[in-house]
Design a protein around this ligand. Structure first.
Ligand code: PLP
Length: 228
């Protein structure tokens, strides 16, 4: 199968999952996760109309930013070291992995110095697995209330990494948990904070994530190296 065919298949699946929930398929943003992919492959998906590209490492993102041609928006989806923020704050459309206060302060500072407002998602560890980054659901309200005071950082929603289960149904509770948390925070109407974007679901489980309310799915292998 070509990358074009893989991508079409993913788009069909997204449409099917949204229809099943009575949602508009435009309500789900497909982020093509391009880590480890050469620029030629990335260019192929951009030429097929993909706008959102996700990388999990800062250096790899920086190496690719100038190489891909077209209207694209880069998403940093992996763990972000505080000392790397300065390099990317004006190059990314959205940081999905804000998981601690020191990182928030650094993003705000560097964004201010570079004259931008940086959009972020707060990463939440819903499953409670020790290996996962992210703040606990119990801390989320307080953390986000504090973030609202940082003028050059804008909270746009939440992100979670679900545990990998071979049976995606097992993950449903994690996605439902993130959605519920986002609804609770939205009800607080914190000034400047939006819960519009829920970034959840990867190749293994994005259909379930969409059924539970994902508005951004991050998909790498099903586009570039499918298992089917
Ligand atoms: C690699 C990665 C993905 C995509 O995973 P696939 O299983 O290849 O679709 C999504 N999110 C993050 C944070 C990743 O690092």
């Amino acid at each position: 199968m070509t990358i074009q065919q893989n991508l079409q298949r993913v788009r069909d699946q997204i449409e099917r999952a949204t229809l099943k929930e009575g949602r508009d398929c435009q309500s789900v943003n497909l982020i093509a996760v391009t880590k480890t992919q050469p620029v030629e492959n990335i260019q192929q998906v951009v030429d097929e109309g993909i706008v959102d590209l996700g990388e999990n490492r800062v250096q790899e993102l920086l190496d690719k930013v100038g190489e891909v041609t077209g209207q694209v928006r880069w998403h940093l989806i992996g763990y972000l070291q505080t000392n790397k923020v300065r390099q990317i704050v004006d190059k990314v459309y959205l940081i999905h992995s804000l998981d601690r206060w020191a990182l928030a302060e650094e993003i705000d500072l560097r964004a201010r110095q570079q004259g931008v407002v940086c959009q972020v998602l707060v990463q939440v560890n819903i499953s409670g697995e020790e290996s996962k980054h992210g703040i606990s659901p119990e801390q989320a309200e307080d953390f986000i209330s504090r973030l609202a005071r940082l003028p050059n950082l804008r909270v746009c929603g939440l992100m979670t990494m679900a545990p990998f289960y071979s049976e995606p149904e097992t993950t449903r509770g994690v996605f439902a948990g993130l959605k519920q948390l986002a609804e609770g925070i939205a009800r607080l109407s914190i000034p400047g904070v939006s819960m519009e974007w829920l970034s959840m679901g990867m190749s293994n489980d994005y259909q379930v994530a969409i059924e539970e309310g994902a508005t951004m799915v991050r998909i790498g292998s099903d586009i570039f190296n499918p298992r089917f």
